[in-house]
Design a protein around this ligand. Structure first.
Ligand code: ATP
Ligand code: MG
Length: 251
């Protein structure tokens, strides 16, 4: 099962509708192992819709096309299986889980992933050590882990908590939906550093952002511009600079 992959993700002729409205229109995208792809595009062009579709959010109906993830049919799997297979989505709006402390949540998801790899649950001491180290790197105070998941966390704290999760879970493909929005300059730097540390030539990234700033820290191999549910232009990182200068209107 460890054969080299040609593609981490391959999206072919994908149409997606949400509540009877077609949002994604004939989308094609290939992401190779180790590659970092960025998606930019105007509000409402369908960027989050593609992220939610890949993660398997209910109500996101695939009407046509297919998606291969690590040579498996992604759409046929439920969201939990997709996560265990190595797909991670950092949400634009992270959800709150009242009643569950952040520490126990993080430990549970880590153990679910370990179990799927045939590993034993992590012991409490080891977990605390890893949590401390990764939290320190992201400037997350340990007190936050005894609070309920994301409940009352500031916007930036929620985003950092998403980055902490991706760091714990060792995913193969990380999708970040506007993780940079709402981060202060220091947080933008520390989260970008955490992401860059995860770049190992095998793991792939799909980074949705409005801002060139993030892409100056995390240099993408490819940049795509979304418009009306599909990719309308692709290029290298100079495309991000052009968008930043000229906006989307000028062609
Ligand atoms: N349940 C729904 N019913 C109707 N339209 C919807 C529904 N959900 C999403 N849409 C529409 O789909 C379009 C794409 O939304 P999406 O969230 O993917 O945009 P986006 O590119 O991520 O925008 P932003 O940059 O603002 O985050 C929008 O016009 C949105 O209003
Ligand atoms: Mg969005």
């Amino acid at each position: 099962m460890k054969e080299a992959l040609d593609n981490m993700l391959e999206i072919k002729n994908l149409d997606v509708s949400v509540e009877d409205k077609q949002i994604i229109k004939n989308l094609n995208l290939k992401i190779g192992p180790g590659e970092v792809h960025a998606i930019m595009g105007p509000n409402g062009s369908g960027k989050s819709t593609i992220a939610h579709t890949l993660a398997g959010k209910p109500n996101y109906l695939v009407e046509a096309g297919n998606v291969d993830f690590k040579n498996e049919d992604l759409i046929a799997k439920d969201p939990y299986e997709r996560s265990l297979l190595g797909l991670f989505l950092a949400f634009q709006y992270p959800i709150e889980l009242p009643g569950v402390t952040n520490a126990s949540y993080l430990k549970q998801i880590l153990n679910a992933h370990r179990k799927s790899r045939g590993e034993n649950p992590i012991d409490a001491g080891e977990f605390l050590k890893i949590l401390k180290e990764k939290s320190r790197n992201l400037n997350i105070p340990m007190e936050m882990h005894s609070r309920f998941v994301n409940a009352g966390f500031s916007g930036g704290e929620k985003k950092k908590n998403e980055v902490l999760q991706m760091d714990l879970l060792d995913p193969s493909l990380i999708i970040m939906d506007e993780t940079d929005s709402g981060l202060d300059v220091d947080a933008l730097k520390s989260t970008s550093e955490a992401v860059n540390k995860l770049r190992d030539g095998k793991r792939s990234f799909l980074i949705i952002t409005h801002y060139l700033r993030l892409l100056e820290y995390i240099e993408p191999d490819h940049v795509h511009v979304f418009g009306d549910g599909s990719i309308i232009e692709s290029g290298d990182k100079s495309l991000a600079s052009r968008i930043d200068n000229e906006g989307y209107e000028v062609k």
